[in-house]
Design a protein around this ligand. Structure first.
Ligand code: GLC
Length: 538
């Protein structure tokens, strides 16, 4: 069903910025807010509707900003509140909305709330976090595992109790069942909404509500997608994740957002590998988080069969009227164009898929130029996860943005040492070079964004299954009052033909020479080619 009056987040494209790695304006090797402001003209040129900026709040940086010690300020590493206001105003001047990361599940252990909470068992903020006695044998209160490996409980000598931390022990979990905590966190959101932000990306949204009895999780009998999450994947997260009470919480959160003018939005990090479990997060009335990420495309092997299963799986379970969203990667996942994922030859195909699916697409910075992971030895890693579970580190996908062919690729001034090493191909793979090349991934991305905006069928048209199609290919349709489009993708390095994808006219394709050409009923695709065909008859 097409939304009658589509919202901006249904027609638009979001761009994720990992602020440490985007642009360093002050020469310390770490990206900052002024750096982002300096690159807004580029983002306007690219055509994105909104940016989501990962955390820039004061933080001891145990998890690079996802350990927040003050939710309402800016870490000096990234600038100041004045820099934030300047960024917001400059983005709005260019018609770009600004979404910020809201990290509700945990604070830093250096947050004054936690310092107070851990000061004594009778502290007025004791119950703002999750404190429990040890079991009689001295072991942790239950079997919950940290997403970053090991028990999710840390013993506190001073007060003789354990506290819960779903991530690092430097990231104690807040207790959202305490109304004071909830009020304080809603106030945090209001502070930023009053400042003018257009919404939030909600970090690990389902984690905030857990079983009030803190029951043990059962073991995970299968080695499904969860197994990629290391030790955490060995359990079924029935009790430490997505307790149904989260629905009421996010309904309230949405109501609060909607007291502000201008279609403020919430985008939740709400993935679950099981499509049905994931769909249940939408709840009956869907009056909760507006847009929900799913990571099915980032977790799938890049084969036609797996991609079809991911897309059709999501489409098949979406409740009536619900809105999907899509990503190829983010700051926690290997980069899409890396050889171990889809490979650079498929970068255009992936981008064409992302920007023609039904649902809000989010582009991770650098994807638009086909950036790949930059390998980092465990000994040199910055991400604490790599040191705890080697192989799971996220530094490779966080390397500095490749702006041009100068030393430091335009990310930082020459001579500065960037916080993570630059890709060795930065002199050839960069924004400046690709902006001038009409056949680059970047110019294709820009054209796709423009087409998605112009063509109502692409932004709000229905999704229709198509096929089966020959091995190695995937196709689907977008259908609306304004026409019918067939998106045909060749995920292999060999030629393929897709019967009945035409006849029609190629609106856009990964290869520019196809634009505007007529195709017959059988659409022939070259290796690594994808096209959007507009049917002659609707
Ligand atoms: C989310 C973030 C990730 C972070 C974790 C803990 O999954 O995307 O980067 O480490 O939450 O806050």
């Amino acid at each position: 069903m097409q939304p009658k009056q589509p919202r901006w987040w249904q027609t638009g494209v979001v761009y994720e910025i990992y602020p440490r790695s985007f642009a360093d304006a002050n020469g310390d090797g770490v990206g900052d807010l002024a750096g982002i402001t300096g690159r807004l003209d580029y983002l306007a040129w690219l055509g994105v509707d909104a940016i989501w900026i990962a955390p820039f709040y004061p933080s001891p940086m145990a998890d690079f900003g996802y350990d927040v010690s003050d939710y309402t300020d800016v870490d000096p590493l990234f600038g100041s509140l004045a820099d934030f206001d300047a960024l917001l105003a400059a983005a709005h001047d260019r018609g770009i909305r600004v979404l910020i990361d809201y990290v509700p599940n945990h604070t830093s252990d250096q947050h004054p709330w936690f310092t107070e909470s851990r000061s004594s068992r009778t502290s007025p903020k004791r119950d703002w976090y999750v404190w429990r006695d040890a079991r009689p044998d001295g072991s942790p209160p239950n079997n919950w595992i940290s997403m970053f490996a090991g028990t999710a409980w840390k013993w506190d000598e001073a007060t003789d109790q354990f506290y819960l931390h779903t991530f690092l022990s430097e990231q104690p979990d807040l207790n959202w069942r305490n109304p004071e905590t909830r009020d304080a966190m809603f106030d945090v959101a209001r502070t930023w909404l009053d400042r003018g932000v257009d919404g939030f990306r909600i970090d690990v949204a389902p984690m905030v509500m857990k079983d009030p009895e803190l029951r043990d999780n059962p073991p995970n009998p299968s080695s499904d997608e969860l197994s990629r999450l290391g030790a955490w994947g060995t359990q079924l997260h029935l009790h430490d994740h997505a307790h149904p009470d989260m629905h009421e919480l996010y309904r309230d959160f949405r109501r609060m957002l909607e007291t502000y003018p201008g279609e403020r939005v919430s985008i939740g990090e709400l993935h679950h590998p099981d499509h049905h479990v994931w769909a249940a997060y939408y709840s009956e009335r869907q009056a909760e988080i507006h847009v929900r990420f799913n990571f099915h495309l980032t977790y799938s092997p890049w084969t036609a069969e797996a991609v079809r299963a991911a897309v059709e799986g999501v489409q098949g379970v979406l409740p009536d009227g619900a809105w999907a969203s899509w990503v190829l990667g983010n700051h926690d996942q290997p980069r899409f164009a890396s050889p171990a994922r889809a490979g650079r030859e498929q970068a255009r195909v992936g981008m064409l898929l992302l920007l023609t699916l039904r649902g809000t697409p989010t582009i991770y910075y650098g994807e638009e130029i086909g950036m790949v992971d930059v390998p980092i030895a465990t000994a040199d890693s910055r991400d604490p996860l790599e040191r705890r579970e080697p192989g799971r580190g996220r530094d490779p996908e966080r390397s500095p943005m490749q702006w041009d062919a100068s030393p430091n690729a335009g990310f930082a001034a020459p001579g500065v040492v960037p916080w993570l090493p630059l890709a060795s191909d930065a002199t050839t793979v960069n924004v400046a070079g690709q902006a001038e090349n009409p056949d680059s991934v970047l110019t294709l991305t820009r054209r796709l964004i423009a087409l998605r905006r112009e063509h109502p069928v692409l932004h709000v048209g229905d999704y229709e299954s198509f096929g089966p199609t020959p091995k190695g290919t995937f196709a689907f349709r977008r259908v609306g009052l304004e026409g019918r489009l067939t998106i045909a993708l060749n995920l292999t390095g060999e030629e393929r033909s897709i019967p009945d994808a035409g006849p029609g006219r190629v609106l856009i394709g990964t290869h520019r020479d196809r634009h505007g050409t007529e195709v017959s009923a059988v659409v022939d695709l070259r290796p690594n080619e994808a096209v959007v065909v507009e049917s002659r008859t609707a």
